[in-house]
Design a protein around this ligand. Structure first.
Ligand code: AMP
Length: 421
């Protein structure tokens, strides 16, 4: 039996790599513009970081974590999301002594045991960023504007931005009570998951994808009717700032997020054209998380987007991305003696910055020329008996098909000039 990549995972083959490089570059560039520095945290953490941070009753913790006990008896979990590890690192390295907010970003593989489908995998990559140590709504607006500019720079201009405020630990309980009261009238209509959510995680009743539950959510209580004064002012100011920055958003009182740590602002970006339910990215405030993880009370906000989902959207929108520079020169030979010269010349070309491939086997000249074509090179250099004798090479311009004899000593400077290096 042949092994395959585990279900819900895939190889990123060379043909796909240009997309990844493009997104990584745009991510690094936007982070530089907005003052974010890169952080890498381990692929796995102590399990308790996620049970405390993400929340015991969340789907991620209940059903999706890759958890194992290591040889030392410690329970560890493959990162199911990026925020809790960054916060752990912020606390562990005393970053509260740095100038606040501390702005960090990561690009990291993330693991969730999900039912695989298009855009939903068991290993996916997230680009995320966190701004820790500032509670002003102008930071929320700055982050949302940054997200907007990031997608715009990638060429994704058809996204819609949804925004909501889900309150804080002071005002949330009254909203949760209202939700429970409302939904308990309809328990017989709720899907099995939502029946469970009603007692364990009522906020998530609002974003269930089951059609009946969605129907019920239309008339459900709104978080914005239960906000305390501070949350309400925060939300109003955020909207003002977004208007100032000319970021189009839609308030959506049913928008909640999958992880427990969110407070006040939550937002999501969705591809608008397909009525899709799968967000391309989302984020929000998590003013209580650092304290929950053992740090000082510290407000914070962050965002994450899935790289595979970005690629799906780039392809769907037919956005052309810069391709990788290809091989420039192919070196072909005829005969064993010529092969030695070809090997030496190939090394020399590479040392001069010319991307070169040589035929290393003993295939015919015709087969070598076919291979040169598959590499789509600009020039092929051919060394045969005559060339050996005269210390020359045959240089073939692959686009015009023209061949000329060139002295071996002039070849490199000629290629450098032809290839505009
Ligand atoms: P979340 O942490 O759930 O807010 O996810 C942030 C972003 O990561 C989402 O908006 C998606 O783009 C992406 N994402 C989340 N889960 C998956 C998954 N299982 N497969 C692929 N991408 C995902």
């Amino acid at each position: 039996m042949q092994n395959k990549a585990p279900r819900g995972t895939s190889d990123i083959l060379p043909d796909e790599q240009a997309y990844w490089e493009y997104i990584r570059k745009q991510a690094a560039s936007i982070c530089h513009l907005y003052g974010y520095q890169k952080i890498d945290t381990p692929i796995f953490e102590e399990t308790s970081l996620f049970t405390r941070g993400v929340g015991k009753e969340t789907e991620v913790v209940q059903k999706q974590m890759y958890t194992l006990e290591d040889e030392g008896g410690t329970s560890i979990t493959l990162r199911p999301e990026g925020t809790a590890p960054v916060c752990r690192s912020y606390i562990e390295h005393g970053m509260r002594n740095l100038s606040q907010p501390v702005k960090l970003y990561y690009i990291a593989p993330t693991f969730r045991y999900e039912r695989p489908q298009a855009g939903r995998y068991r290993q996916h990559w997230q680009f995320g960023f966190e701004a820790i140590g500032e509670n002003n709504p102008s930071l929320d607006a700055e982050i949302i504007e940054m997200v907007w500019q990031f997608y715009k720079a990638l060429g994704l201009n058809n996204l819609s931005l949804k925004l909501n405020c889900i309150g804080c630990k002071l005002c949330r309980p009254s909203f949760l009570d209202a939700l429970k009261q409302y939904y308990s009238q309809y328990t017989d209509q709720l899907c099995p998951d939502c029946k469970n959510r009603l007692t364990r995680n009522p906020l998530r009743l609002l974003d269930c994808k089951n059609p009946t539950c969605q129907q019920l959510s239309q008339n459900a209580p709104k978080s914005t009717d239960h906000l305390c004064e501070e949350c309400s002012t925060h939300f109003e100011q955020l909207k003002q700032h977004l208007n100032l920055l000319e970021i189009p958003f839609k308030s959506d009182t049913r928008l909640v997020r999958g992880l427990d740590y969110y407070t006040k602002t939550v937002f999501e970006l969705q591809p608008s054209e397909e009525g899709s339910q799968s967000a391309i990215g989302g984020g929000g405030r998590y003013d209580g998380l650092i304290e929950e993880l053992g740090g000082q009370p510290t407000p914070a906000i962050g965002f994450a987007t899935g790289i595979e989902r970005i690629i799906l959207n780039l392809k769907r929108d037919n956005i052309t991305i810069p391709s990788f520079p290809g091989i420039q020169v192919y070196v072909a030979h005829m005969g064993e003696e010529a092969k030695l010269k070809a090997i030496k010349l190939t090394a020399e070309l590479r040392h001069n910055g010319i991307a070169t491939v040589a035929s290393l086997g003993s295939r015919s000249l015709k087969a070598q020329m076919r291979q040169a074509n598959t590499f789509n090179v600009a020039y092929t250099v051919i060394i045969g008996e005559d060339e050996l004798k005269n210390n020359t090479v045959m240089l073939k311009d692959m686009s015009s098909g023209q061949q000329s004899t060139v002295s071996r000593t002039e070849l490199i400077s000629l290629l450098i000039s032809h290839l505009s290096l």
